[in-house]
Design a protein around this ligand. Sequence first.
Ligand SMILES: *[C@@H]1O[C@H](CO)[C@@H](O)[C@H](O)[C@H]1NC(C)=O
Ligand SMILES: *[C@@H]1O[C@H](CO)[C@@H](O)[C@H](O)[C@H]1NC(C)=O
Ligand SMILES: *[C@@H]1O[C@H](CO)[C@@H](O)[C@H](O)[C@H]1NC(C)=O
Ligand SMILES: *[C@@H]1O[C@H](CO)[C@@H](O)[C@H](O)[C@H]1NC(C)=O
Length: 398
Amino acid sequence: MSTTPWKEASTLIIVARASLTQKIGHDLGQNLVVSSRVLPNDEKLKSQKKQTSTDYRILMVKRSNLSSFMASAYVFPGGHVELSDYSSKWWNLFERLGFKRENLTREIESRVSGPRPSMIQKPNILLDVDNETHIGNLLIPDIALRIAAIRETFEETGVALLISPNGGNKQENEIGNTLNNEDLVKWRQKVRENGSAFLDLCNQLNQVPNIWSLYEWWDWLTPISVGHKRFDTMFYLCCLDKQPKVVLDNTEVTNLKWCTPSDIIDEHTNEGVFLAPPQFYELSRLKNLNKFDEVERFAKQREILGIERWMPVISTYSDGAISLLPGDDAYPTKPDIIGLKPVPDYPQTLAQMRSQVVNLNRIELRGPVCTCLCNCKLTCGHLSPISNPSMAPVYSKL
Ligand SMILES: *[C@@H]1O[C@H](CO)[C@@H](O)[C@H](O)[C@H]1NC(C)=O
Ligand SMILES: *[C@@H]1O[C@H](CO)[C@@H](O)[C@H](O)[C@H]1NC(C)=O
Ligand SMILES: *[C@@H]1O[C@H](CO)[C@@H](O)[C@H](O)[C@H]1NC(C)=O
Ligand SMILES: *[C@@H]1O[C@H](CO)[C@@H](O)[C@H](O)[C@H]1NC(C)=O
């Protein structure tokens, strides 16, 4: 068994162009809300306007209320990495369909020239494999983690991000979902029982996972003492021209939404829809980008600058909790990443703690409701999150 207290995971933010009906329906709904308000203030109108012009939707799935990790939360599709995602047999498939191992390795690795997190440099999942020759034959993490995200997306949503390469040619945004419903149900069951069936599926379809379409986005490690399960999770983002058909598995996930970042953040803030802090933070970053093309351009260009692994450091106060992130003046210089200590509890208020520092990068939690507070320039060219409008009074004091 692995000695590290977390498993590696891979997750996928799927961004798809909004359909016309969604855009019209959304605008109508928003207009009704706006017109029914007594004296809507400028701030609200502005945020409303911004929202209606968002021309893409993000896929969020609701985890089953029986899940052992983040039950009932809305998350991006994803899950833990399996050894089969690293299988050397994937090289055979890629080569058979026209992608030479050396070329593919070079192509994928050369996409990033910035910092690499430990799950790329020294994956935990391979620590138990003691045959060096065998490890040398496995997929590189940059490819294996993408396959894991695509496999988990298939298991949870039925969306198969596969492409039929044509002599090594490929289309970045293509989805070659050629499975009929019956086959989909059958294969999904097989893959869920044993991840290596995903390779069998690809072999049978003569398709490969569309690893090229996934841009590296960020890496989040579950903080200590939040629960017994921890994950080091790679977040990828992919942009699809059309919303693919989603067929839920109704086991791991029981509901889905195609939503704008503002929609789901508002539901979280106003209606208690449960979002875990990393999901909340990433959605708040995406609020900076209203256009599908902007998201795609940003993700592609930012990827070159690399990523860091962030582990939030949590403590509780008289009126809530703070999840500190790197860049915040209060973030410890040497955080304890493997400890089991309970979360410390202090008598101060969130506002008092906020006033003690200049550079903020934190999530404040009041009950389950998150607020991002970030006033510093982030590393790796990344976007700062936009705070929710209902917290504007708090934010304006920064
Ligand atoms: C989980 O959800 C199902 C269906 O919505 C419901 O019947 C059940 O009571 C819920 N269980 C828990 C533990 O909340
Ligand atoms: C692999 O790369 C080499 C050198 O860049 C090139 O000559 C060759 O055509 C490539 N092969 C394939 C199958 O892409
Ligand atoms: C190590 O892995 C290689 C390649 O997978 C295999 O050929 C070899 O038999 C393995 N050696 C041992 C001692 O298991
Ligand atoms: C999954 O399938 C592979 C290939 O058929 C097999 O080698 C492996 O033992 C299976 N794993 C489990 C957990 O059943």
